[in-house]
Design a protein around this ligand. Structure first.
Ligand SMILES: Nc1nc2c(ncn2[C@@H]2O[C@H](COP(=O)(O)OP(=O)(O)OP(=O)(O)O)[C@@H](O)[C@H]2O)c(=O)[nH]1
Ligand SMILES: [Mg+2]
Length: 379
């Protein structure tokens, strides 16, 4: 069995998860009216993903954050068709969404070597433009990094997500008894005795309306996209954001969080999910937990507790519901085991087709005759 007592931690300090850049395509080269020569096209600016790059490195290496492609060569007697200006390729991390200043998504870089064109070069001067070149596109763009982690913590503010990360890894995010203590994601590593590591991302709390970008919703939700599994965290006694907003029980919190993910990107709900019910040391927690379990078993019966438009279309089937207290330590070992178990289970599933393929390759190939006999038996 895995010994859970030795837990290490690696903190990703100074995480930069977004950057705003100025990009400009190169201007086209001058045409040559006398000989009908065409100027070279200006170079383009591209974002190209590379595994080893970080936004922090770009931030430090290019303080001006200006990226300009080369100008096209002028048409000349020696070279009537001017050469194209050099493209500028900026290497960015994998997992980037590129948006322009209006918030329009220009492209996603989700795999090594993906490319997004962010600023086109201008046309070279030619007969059609009275031999006058055009300028390259000029833009401000934003790079948003979606974190990669095995597990992403999803919860309303104050549920105890950071407290949980602190006790299952040695990360030390800020913890306080008010909403929005965590303003940027932080990753903690849970390390097991066999050197297996699980990365857990503490994400800032979501609020109702996060899918509409309320409370910086998208900024936080984007990180959930690249985590392998979800760990919902709710306060067993429920949560109220402010005196003017409604009180939400643990069940309502689960359903509302599910709905926020569904409205942001329904695919997220296909990720395996576990539910942590935190603060089990509080009075009446056992009774409330029972109530929650009952409600989760028949969520439809309790859907009247939610605003009509916030009832999830499909209820999340949690792999497990784990009651914990980050204060007394209750349930933490079980949780760590379940996290490990759930990830191992998925990894085994993912490698199954490969195993089958390899086994298949080892078996002697059948003759067409034996195949006919086998299939006729089934009929
Ligand atoms: N009684 C009790 N309080 C807890 C427990 N876990 C966390 N808390 C308290 O709950 C409050 C919020 O904890 P955080 O860990 O900052 O919550 P969070 O979910 O990270 O909050 P945000 O970063 O604002 O989203 C703090 O006052 C914690 O001390 C617990 O198991 N029992
Ligand atoms: Mg926090």
């Amino acid at each position: 069995m895995v010994n859970l007592s030795r837990i290490c931690y690696r903190k990703y300090g100074n995480l930069v998860d977004n950057l705003r850049l100025y990009v400009r395509g190169g201007s086209g080269g001058m045409g040559l009216p006398r000989l009908g020569g065409q100027g070279g096209k200006g170079g383009d600016v591209w974002m190209v993903s590379k595994k080893e790059v970080t936004l922090k490195r770009i931030h430090d290496k290019y303080p001006h954050k200006r990226f300009v492609a080369g100008v096209g060569a002028n048409s000349s007697v020696k070279g009537l068709k001017g050469e194209k200006g050099g493209d500028y390729e900026l290497h960015v991390p994998v997992g980037i969404t590129v948006t322009n200043d209006d918030g329009r998504v220009m492209g996603e870089l989700n795999a090594e070597g993906d490319r997004v064109l962010v600023a086109k070069g201008g046309q070279g001067g030619s007969f059609h433009s009275a031999f006058t070149p055009s300028k390259g596109q000029t833009k401000h763009i934003r790079l948003d990094l979606k974190l990669i982690a095995d597990i992403g913590l999803v919860g309303f503010p104050n549920a105890g997500k950071s407290s949980l990360l602190t006790v299952i890894s040695h990360a030390s995010p800020q913890i306080a008894n008010y909403a929005f203590t965590t303003l940027r994601p932080e990753i903690g590593k849970v390390m097991y005795d066999d050197h297996k590591q699980i990365s857990v991302a503490d994400l800032p709390g979501l609020i109702e309306g996060a899918h509409l970008n309320k409370g910086m919703g998208h900024k936080f939700l984007k990180h959930v996209e690249r985590t392998k599994q979800l760990l919902f965290v709710v306060d067993v006694c429920g949560f109220q954001l402010a005196s003017k907003t409604p009180f939400r029980s643990a069940f309502e919190a689960v359903q509302l969080l599910t709905k926020e993910l569904e409205l942001y990107k329904e695919d997220l709900l296909s990720k395996p999910a576990l539910l942590v019910v935190n603060k089990m040391d509080l009075p009446d927690a056992e009774h409330k937990l029972e109530e929650l379990r009952e409600q989760l078993e028949n969520p439809e019966e309790f859907s009247h507790l939610l605003p009509h438009d916030m009832i999830p279309r499909t209820n999340l089937a949690f792999r497990d519901v784990v009651p914990v207290s980050t204060i007394t330590g209750l349930g933490l070992d079980q949780l760590k085991r379940r996290l490990r178990g759930s990830l191992d289970e998925e990894a085994a599933k993912a490698s199954e087709p490969l195993h089958r393929e390899r086994l298949g390759a080892l078996r002697p190939s059948r003759t067409p005759l034996s195949e006919t006999i086998t299939s006729s038996k089934c009929g």
